[in-house]
Design a protein around this ligand. Sequence first.
Ligand code: ADP
Length: 184
Amino acid sequence: MQVLINKTKLTLIQGDITKQATDAIVNAANSSLMGGGGVDGAIHRAGGPAILEECKKIVAQQGRLPTGKAVITTGGDLKAKYVIHTVGPVWHGGNRSEAALLASAYKESLALAVARGLKTVSFPSISTGAYGYPVDSAAAVALQTVVEFLRQKPPLQEVVFVLFDNRTCEVYMEALERLLSKST
Ligand code: ADP
């Protein structure tokens, strides 16, 4: 599924984000930046040790990465030149600013991509794996945040959501249809 928001393509596909050839792929990291399970583990495995090397330097310089923030490293052996590491919130039931923190993870990642002059970025479904964020709520926040960002006309060519499993992909597609029918 693909829509145009101003001049930026917003694309939803099912797939493996480690195979994406966008300028950057976003990693749903944890605050330690030391790798982990899920998409984080897959990115470090596919990208090789250069990514972890840079993550270690970042943590040595600035400490653990707070939830909702983002940093950028090389993409190592990946097709993507860069990995943007962000930390989504752990789901605690919805009353601990989870939505604002999830929105921040997307916004900070996009702002970092723009600041570095990147044109194409891929996102996974942040927080909906080990961090337990319900997919339907997360999809609404993720898409609303990205669409709002793109409506400010940043110089981005394409933002891709790469959804790993079929159900997540369907939930995101329905959420995007709902969002666009509401706001047009
Ligand atoms: P979090 O800790 O933020 O919840 P996870 O990695 O556990 O992160 O899960 C986030 C989402 O990433 C889940 O929907 C999971 O299925 C998905 N995922 C796992 N591996 C990949 C991959 N290689 N490409 C894209 N998405 C992936």
